[in-house]
Design a protein around this ligand. Structure first.
Ligand code: OXT
Ligand code: ADP
Ligand code: MG
Length: 577
């Protein structure tokens, strides 16, 4: 045979075969997955390379936790599972926090980890990175699957996708042992084994009687309030939600990541009268928000003495009555529920009681007026209000940018002060209050939406994912990170109670220059010591789209212990004995 003829015969043979690597890629692509958040290494280095070669976008991170957070927020933004790819044992464990966090926050995500050989792991014979990953992942996610045969890859990927996005979204673990990738099977058999998931998140239509019950309770209200949670933002039923809230006339309170679903400057927005609406309302309607710690479990002082009736819309039936009695449970997907409510309201729905609306507005106007002068100060070093006064205006002028926020004071004050104007723009620490989401969220936010990102992060919060500024520079992403640098956790002026030379447990190096971290990788670094400098630096960064880190110098004494949740921080009554 001539050389050319033998090459052709070889190529034909290759065309007829496929392997685990290719089947994983084909299965993901068939289901519309476009981006993989990855940290390379044994046994998935080649998988990542081949994914990139096949046209998938593969973003390689410096640490799996950040890749995992990126995948999870990609899931929140797109309603498709975000995919994180890691190596075995340590890489898997690094990704696991993000998987658990995704499950807790109801973000759809799939953690795919390579793993060691089953035979060796199960006999505990000490394989490379040996660990029974499936067993460890199971309690921390919605579902966990392992694929042992190449012919099952299609089913494994399909099950993972459906489990992540159907019903209440969450994290799914997919275990792919090293041996699987090299398994070769007939290409046609392989092709036929792939599954395109039909209708991965089917609508859950609420029962008509449940819709009527909810409307009856809402209509009976003298002091209604609607609480919008991140489930409502996730649902992408923005127009109907807005129409429903407006038709009801009720004040609405957005949970942190639901801000912007209706603009914070909407006449019915009641974020600035939070205590009043929670304590004084008589009917509370929850749309995609749980009565967890962030809502004081629906009881106690926060909720006042007035008796309350709760209406709750959620796709998860078990959520009902989890903390208090829900008199009108509406189980279904938010899109279907809200459109059924709108239809049931008809054309003569009564206006919300005027005295209630007026008292909420009075409280809101008072709080806004009290805050206004504080936001205009130009102190140097800055306090939180001075810095946030500037950022609030910038966000108003650039409502399409994604906004990432973490920290304690940096989180709580930003949440209250910086108004959001569009849905799914504000991304933050979520249900667990977890530090470290920052850079992963920034990266996925721009990768998934193509929009620029502004991040406002505490100096401690930033430290959890700070090395990813290299990733931001490597992919040349339009991300502007503002580090609120107050020299520490909550405050920078803590003292060592033992009087020794070690610094206090909550303080960092004084006067650190985080901006230089960005410069180290070719991005732009700016040190901003006043609100005026901060304004110029952020606007320049957002105009240029260049990776930028602004070290915003905040007065070390400006913050409060634990931000606004100091009440949750147990303190010894004996320590000063
Ligand atoms: O109605 P009233 O009169 O009461 O007034 C309210 C509103 O009506 C009003 N308001 C307004 N007024 C005027 N204008 C406007 N626009 C306006 N908007 C609102 O303001 C008040 C307050 O309103 P708010 O905020 O809505 O209400 P409230 O009562 O605060 O809400 C309650 C909550 C619970 C809903 C809210 O507080 C909330 O969402 N909190 C979330 C808190 C959270 O998740 N925190 C993060 C965790 S803290 C801690 O755990 C940290 N750690 C430990 C750690 C963590 N977390 N993770 C890991 C992996 N390891 C360790 C660490 C290490 S934080 C942290 C680092 C901190 O240091 P940094 O350097 O990063 O940050 P700095 O603190 O800045 O130094
Ligand atoms: P927040 O922290 O903003 O209060 P939570 O995370 O506590 O929000 O609550 C979100 C809720 O939304 C969860 O109970 C989840 O089951 C629900 N949810 C998520 N997506 C949908 C959807 N498409 N339809 C109905 N409920 C949803
Ligand atoms: Mg700090």
């Amino acid at each position: 045979m001539s050389e050319t003829a033998s090459q052709t015969a070889g190529a034909a043979e290759e065309r007829d075969l496929t392997d685990g690597f290719n089947l994983v890629i084909d299965a993901l692509k068939l289901n519309g997955i476009q981006t993989i958040y990855n940290v390379p290494g044994i046994p998935i280095t080649d998988l990542g390379r081949m994914m990139q070669g096949s046209g998938l976008r593969v973003i390689s991170f410096r640490h799996e936790q950040n890749a995992g957070y990126a995948a999870s927020i990609a899931g929140f933004l797109t309603k498709k599972p975000g995919v994180c790819l890691t190596v075995s044992a340590p890489g898997f464990l690094n990704g696991l926090t993000a998987l658990a966090n995704a499950t807790t926050n109801c973000f759809p995500m799939i953690l795919i980890s390579g793993s060691s050989e089953r035979e060796i792991v199960d006999l505990q014979q000490g394989d490379y990175e040996e660990m029974d990953q499936l067993a460890i992942a199971k309690p921390l996610c919605k579902a966990a699957f392992r694929v042992l045969h190449a012919a099952d890859i299609g089913i494994g990927v399909a099950r993972a996708i459906r489990a992540a996005v159907s019903g209440r979204p969450g994290g799914v673990y997919l275990d792919l042992p090293a041996k699987l990738f090299g398994q070769v099977i007939d290409a046609e058999v392989g092709q036929k084994s792939l599954v395109k998931v039909i209708d991965p998140a089917p609508a859950h239509i609420p029962a008509p009687a449940a819709v009527k019950r909810a409307l009856d309770v809402l209509k009976s209200a003298k002091k209604p309030v609607i609480i919008l949670g991140k489930g409502a933002a996730y649902a992408q039923a923005d127009d109907d939600i807005r129409a429903f809230v407006e038709k009801s006339g009720a004040p609405f309170l957005p949970m942190s990541m639901a801000k912007g679903l209706l603009p914070d400057v909407h006449p019915q927005a009641a974020g600035a009268a939070r205590s009043t609406v929670l304590a004084e309302s008589d009917v509370v309607m929850l749309i995609g928000a749980r009565l967890n710690w962030l809502l004081s479990h629906g009881k106690g002082k926060t909720w006042g003495k007035a008796p309350k009736k709760f209406i709750q819309i959620d796709i998860e039936p078990k959520e009902m009555d989890s903390n208090v009695e829900i008199v009108a449970p509406l189980v279904g997907d938010i899109g279907s529920c809200v459109s059924a409510l709108l239809a049931g309201m008809g054309s003569d729905w009564p206006a919300a009681p005027a005295d209630w609306v007026k008292s909420v507005n009075t409280k809101k106007d008072d709080n806004i007026a009290k805050m206004a002068p504080r936001l205009m100060n130009n102190k140097s070093p800055m306090d939180y209000h001075g810095a946030l006064g500037v950022l609030r205006t910038i966000v108003k002028e650039r409502p399409d940018a994604l906004f990432v926020n973490e920290g304690a004071n940096t989180l709580d004050l930003t949440r209250g002060i910086v108004d959001m104007y569009k849905p799914r723009k504000r991304l933050d620490v979520g249900t667990w209050g977890v530090m470290g989401i920052g850079m992963g969220f920034c990266i996925a936010a721009t990768v998934e939406t193509g929009k620029p990102v502004l991040a406002v992060v505490g100096d401690s919060a930033f430290g959890f994912s700070g090395m990813e500024v290299e990733t931001i520079c490597r992919y040349n992403l339009p991300v502007c990170v503002v580090v609120f640098n107050n020299d520490g956790i909550y405050r920078g002026d803590g003292v060592n109670l033992g009087g020794g030379s070690d610094p206090s447990t909550t303080v960092f190096v004084k006067g650190a220059r985080y901006d230089r971290m960005m410069e180290a990788f070719g991005g732009v670094g700016v040190n901003a010591t006043s609100p005026d400098e901060l304004r110029v630096a952020v606007n320049t960064a957002m105009d240029s789209g260049k990776p930028t880190l602004i070290n915003a110098v905040i007065d070390p004494a400006a913050g409060a212990e634990s931000g606004r949740i100091g009440n949750l921080n147990p303190q010894s009554q004996l320590k000063k004995k």
